[in-house]
Design a protein around this ligand. Structure first.
Ligand SMILES: Cc1cc2nc3c(=O)[nH]c(=O)nc-3n(C[C@H](O)[C@H](O)[C@H](O)COP(=O)(O)O)c2cc1C
Length: 316
């Protein structure tokens, strides 16, 4: 009897990170670069095939220029690193003037990360990135541990809600709320962000940590405390994604210690619709690009048609 060969499936890696937004946030692939670990995109354009990654998330931009925290600002830790960079950036006006002409020509879309101080400055800041070619979303960094008050926006549900509303007021783009793991129950904060109109959530920013130099008898980092990132925080990030996926219906972007294809897959199975790669990029600039190939191979091997089919697969 003649056998018919099974047609090979070409897996679809496309995702929409903002289905609740009128224009959506459709990306070709579900791997993005994490804020603060990929500059403004132009720094990597000769090294990475940017057209293969879903989007770049820029360094967080603040209303005014910032120099950042006193040095040293980074230190290696077991399976990770601690940073207290403190959001050095050129400020919104210069960022738009200098970077928007570059973003326009990048071969992948750009999500601009922003951080401000109070309701009105969040609104004004978001508005400064309106109408820029190839800028497809705003990630509100509600969770920077390295600036005064930076964590406050995502440690209290009411404050989170007010801030998300303020950002939405300033922009017509999809708004992604980036949350902190440094809270008692991240689910209440995530729900507040969703109820206030966030179109997606980024989970997680860094975990508060510290290193002490025993010879000097003082904290190693100039700022004393910093944010831990890298594989050391992956189980924490995964737990956050899993818990939040049970209580929200907007897409989740998983972030934290992702290095291998297997790491990324765990986030999808926990309920993330996409992932961001941060610290891994410092060791391997093309890490995000490599992960796209890993996801493609995984789906192909299992004859899965779409990455969306595996999201949230790891429930009890
Ligand atoms: C050196 C460094 C700078 C960072 N700067 C920012 C930033 O400006 N804005 C932000 O939202 N997150 C920032 N982050 C946090 C990352 O975007 C990411 O949430 C975190 O590092 C966890 O992911 P990872 O373990 O893959 O690095 C920074 C992280 C590092 C290591």
């Amino acid at each position: 009897m003649a056998t018919t060969a099974k047609a090979a499936i070409v897996p679809d890696l496309a995702v929409d990170l903002a289905p609740s937004h009128p224009s959506g946030l459709r990306l070709k692939t579900p791997v993005l670069t994490a804020s603060g670990t990929f500059g403004f995109g132009d720094e990597y354009r000769d090294v990475v095939e940017l057209n293969r990654i879903g989007a770049i998330v820029t360094k967080t931009v603040t209303p005014e220029p910032r120099e950042g925290n006193p040095t040293p600002r980074t230190v290696e830790t077991p399976a990770g690193m601690l940073n207290s960079i403190g959001l050095p950036n050129p400020g919104a006006e210069d960022a738009v003037r200098e970077k928007a002409p570059i973003w326009k020509d990048l071969p992948c879309p750009v999500v601009v990360s922003i951080s401000a101080h109070d309701e009105s400055t969040w609104t004004e800041l978001a508005a400064q990135f309106e109408g820029l070619t190839n800028v497809v979303g705003i990630e509100a960094n509600l969770s920077c541990p390295n600036v005064a008050g930076g964590l406050d926006f995502s440690t209290d549900p009411d404050r989170t809600a007010v801030t998300v509303e303020a950002v939405n007021k300033g922009t017509t783009l999809p708004v992604i709320a980036k949350l902190s793991p440094n809270v008692t129950d991240i689910r209440t904060i995530a729900q507040a962000a969703e109820d206030a109109g966030a179109h997606a959530l980024s989970l997680i920013n860094t975990v508060l940590g510290m290193v002490i130099d025993p010879d000097a008898g003082r904290p190693f980092l100039g700022a004393g405390v910093g944010g831990l990132s890298g594989p050391a925080i992956r189980p924490i990030a995964l737990r956050c994604v899993f818990q939040v996926a049970e209580v929200v219906s907007i897409p989740i972007i998983g972030i934290g210690g992702i290095v291998t294809g297997s790491d990324a897959l765990q986030f999808f199975l926990a309920g993330a619709s996409s992932v961001q790669v941060g610290t891994a990029t410092f060791r391997e600039p093309r890490a995000a690009e490599r992960l796209v190939s890993c996801l493609h191979e995984y789906l192909e091997k299992r004859s899965q048609a779409s990455i969306n089919d595996i999201v949230g697969g790891a429930r009890y």
